[in-house]
Design a protein around this ligand. Structure first.
Ligand code: PMP
Length: 455
């Protein structure tokens, strides 16, 4: 037994905890030191552990539980589908998959009318890249340094953030560029407009240097999620679209995190009226109740696979249970008007509260976001913008952020903390008063971060 239970403080761990310690290898974690809480239940915007500690979920888990936990309509739909038809091979059609594809195509912009289903976001990215390569006959894909596209081999190689480092050298054919990030501009820009122009010029230079003839696609998150909730300046995505069009390059919008209401639109690209060639989705499509992702494909790209077979597939592509959950989840977004609600909560509650906090707390360097998708970036010094913890910090270097996260958790709030940032990404159904209470907890916990500030 590799794990020494004596170092843990609980005298009689539950069966779930004992088995977890001995047999589960958790994502992105060292099993000898990682000690997860054991979740016993959840409802709406809350979840609780086996000891009865309860948290308001400001994370939506991994930014996916958009309709909240244990939504009765979603559970009823899964139950009904389970009794009707649990599983069939993807070479059969069935009601749930057909209806999910129809609804998704109806919501997607422009002529994105066909859906290839996967089990999650990474597989969606893998298949979008493959479709782009086959359609264009080119092999390179341009992706942003500040990006995350998933943890399978190709998606991880396409990702820009340090999670790819342990798996390098990754898949060939990826070239990277810097996207816009006004607060920490790679282009020394002083305004959003300047940032937009310079980021587009840099992308055009990258296309030139890599050779447009060899580039199948530009793959980018519409709003960069895990790497900081970086909202592109107005004009950037339109500029990327125009650059792609000028060179016969496909535009792939990764909307795994941003799609299905998170940004106050069905898809974040709708905010700028940009129509990509391919959209990847997952998470919010069914709020994660059953694993599901996919690629929405334009008519032109789909035409490539009308008489030539698409050479890819998954045993569980278009899984009936997952697709029935998607149909129900999309129904809930519509009935409860959650897309508009996300926008309203962001504009009327989250943004004003965060801006007021910024006036009180020296540790808040930047506030940014849209819809129910916000971040505060914490710094040691507002003048120099020195981050509260260094880039990719871990262990003792990460202590100030760990303390801040702990202060939130102690007060009953489950935060989504990445690097030197708190991402505020609650379920879209969150009660307005609960949202305000959660923001007050953030306000209190920020005193912990302020102590690390200069002056
Ligand atoms: N793309 C983006 C933008 C993501 O945020 C994520 C997951 N956080 C992925 C892809 C990968 O999705 P999954 O974890 O479902 O494979």
């Amino acid at each position: 037994d590799a794990i020494d239970d004596s170092v843990r403080d609980d005298a009689a761990p539950s069966a779930a905890r004992r088995s977890d310690r001995k047999h589960v290898l958790h994502s992105w974690s060292a099993h000898g030191t990682f000690e997860p809480i054991v979740i016993a239940g959840s409802e709406g915007a809350y979840f609780w552990d086996e000891d009865g500690r309860r948290w308001l979920d400001f994370s939506s888990q991994l930014v996916n539980v958009n309709v909240g936990h244990q939504h009765p309509k979603l559970i009823a739909a899964i139950r009904l589908q389970a009794e009707k038809l649990c599983t069939v091979a993807p070479y059969h059609a069935n009601e749930a998959t057909s209806e999910a594809a129809r609804l998704i195509a109806e919501l997607a912009p422009g002529d994105l009318n066909r859906v290839f289903f996967t089990n999650g976001g990474a597989e969606a990215v893998e298949n979008a890249i493959r479709m782009a390569r086959l359609h264009t006959g080119r092999h390179k894909v341009l992706t942003a340094y500040r990006s995350y596209h998933g943890a399978t081999a190709g998606a991880l190689a396409a990702s820009g953030d340090p999670r790819r480092w342990p798996s390098e050298p990754g898949a060939p054919g990826i070239a990277r560029f810097w996207g816009p990030y006004p607060y920490r501009s790679a282009f020394h820009a002083d305004s959003a407009q300047e940032e937009c122009e310079r980021a587009l010029a840099h992308l055009a230079d990258t296309v030139m240097a890599e050779g447009a003839h060899a580039i199948a696609a530009v793959l980018l998150e519409t709003v960069v999620g895990g790497n900081g909730i970086l909202v592109p300046p107005d004009g950037y995505l339109q500029g990327v679209r125009a650059l792609c069009d000028a060179h016969g390059i496909l535009m792939i919008a990764d909307e795994v995190m941003t799609g299905f209401g998170r940004c106050g639109e069905w898809f974040a690209v709708d905010r700028w009226n940009v129509v990509p060639d391919l959209i990847t989705f997952a998470k919010g499509v069914n709020s994660g109740y059953v694993p599901l992702g996919g690629v929405i494909v334009s008519d032109a790209v789909a035409a490539s696979f009308a008489t030539r077979a698409y050479p890819g597939g998954l045993t569980y592509s278009g899984h009936p249970l997952a697709c029935a959950a998607a149909v129900a989840c999309i129904g809930i977004y519509k009935e409860e008007n959650l897309i508009v609600r996300a926008r309203r909560l962001g504009e009327e509650v989250i943004a004003p509260a965060l801006r007021a906090m910024q006036a009180r707390h020296p540790s808040i360097g930047d506030v940014r976001g849209l819809g129910a998708f916000w971040a505060i970036e914490l710094v040691r010094d507002r003048a120099t913008r020195e981050p509260l913890v260094p880039f990719n910090a871990s262990g003792p270097a990460d202590a100030p952020m760990a303390e801040f996260a702990a202060a939130c958790k102690q007060r009953g709030l489950w935060p989504f903390v990445v690097s030197n940032r708190l991402h505020i990404v609650p379920p879209l159904i969150i009660d307005e008063q609960a949202l305000r209470d959660g923001l007050s907890i953030v306000d209190e916990a920020l005193q912990v971060a302020d102590r690390h500030c200069a002056g």
